[in-house]
Design a protein around this ligand. Structure first.
Ligand code: 13P
Length: 251
């Protein structure tokens, strides 16, 4: 694998300044490890303070608006994220697709807005339990990618895709390693079809109930280039254990 594993913590709607201590501890641990790339995506309100508090890890956001500015009360644009110190943004998380009605077209527009602002992107896809049970998982994910991958010359620059089965998020359930590998191979094939050779450089992360106990095995699955971690990224103790597992799995 050319790239080191990319281990990203998505804090979702969790965290106040009191939790910056956890970010500092994660940063200290990550700075002692080689061959792994670590990042946190806190809520908007913590991006600037967290960027100032850490040295080595990446800091990103969990969403952005499709437009750079304007009359969009309560929204945050990609250039604003850059201004606050973010280096990347998560787009298309299933919680936003489900609770904010984000379609593939909106997710694509957000990804392209983020790229125009110079941000890295983690674009999320994943099937529901009903879709998995009816044998449609790969078709659903392929369709999401076809509709939401950014277009344009520089589309693969700083692009990662995260495969997060909706039924594995926050449930303690994970797909079999074979199913993870099969889905990641299908995603790789779609990236190659969309971008040609450049599609080979896009990292594909797995997300959904990743913890210190299952991280090494999940990260060793075919085409898995990192992890997007929710609940287990909220403390330095649990997140650092995942980062350590990612490194030791490669030795
Ligand atoms: P959990 O790790 O809590 O299952 O969340 C995964 C996720 O949604 C990360 O974006």
């Amino acid at each position: 694998m050319a790239n080191p594993p990319y281990i990203v913590g998505n804090w979702k709607m969790n965290g106040t300044r009191a939790m910056l201590a956890e970010a500092r501890a994660i940063d200290r641990a990550a700075s002692r490890l080689r061959d792994v790339q670590v990042a946190l995506a806190p809520p908007f309100t913590l991006i600037h303070a967290m960027r100032e508090a850490v040295n080595d890890i990446g800091i990103g956001a969990q969403d952005c608006h499709v437009r750079p500015s304007g009359a969009f009360t309560g929204d945050i644009s990609a250039p604003m994220l850059v201004d606050a110190g973010a280096g990347f943004v998560i787009v298309g998380h299933s919680e936003r697709r489900a609770m904010h009605g984000e379609t593939d077209a909106i997710v694509r527009a957000k990804a392209e807005a983020a790229q125009a602002a110079g941000l890295g992107i983690i674009l999320c896809v994943g099937e529901t339990e009903a879709e998995r049970d009816s044998g449609e998982a790969e078709a659903v994910v392929t369709r999401q990618l076809a509709g939401s991958l950014p277009q344009g010359e520089e589309a693969t620059v700083k692009l990662s895709v995260a495969y997060e089965p909706v039924w594995a998020i926050g449930t303690g359930r994970v797909p079999s390693i074979d199913d993870v590998g099969a889905m990641h191979r299908a995603i790789r094939a779609r990236l190659a079809a969309t971008y040609g050779e450049a599609g080979g450089d896009v990292r594909i992360l797995y997300g959904g109930s990743v913890n210190a106990g299952n991280a090494a095995e999940l990260l060793a699955a075919d085409e898995v280039g990192g992890a997007l971690v929710g609940g287990a990224s909220l403390t330095a103790e649990s997140f650092t254990a995942i980062v350590v597992a990612a490194v030791s799995g490669r030795e």
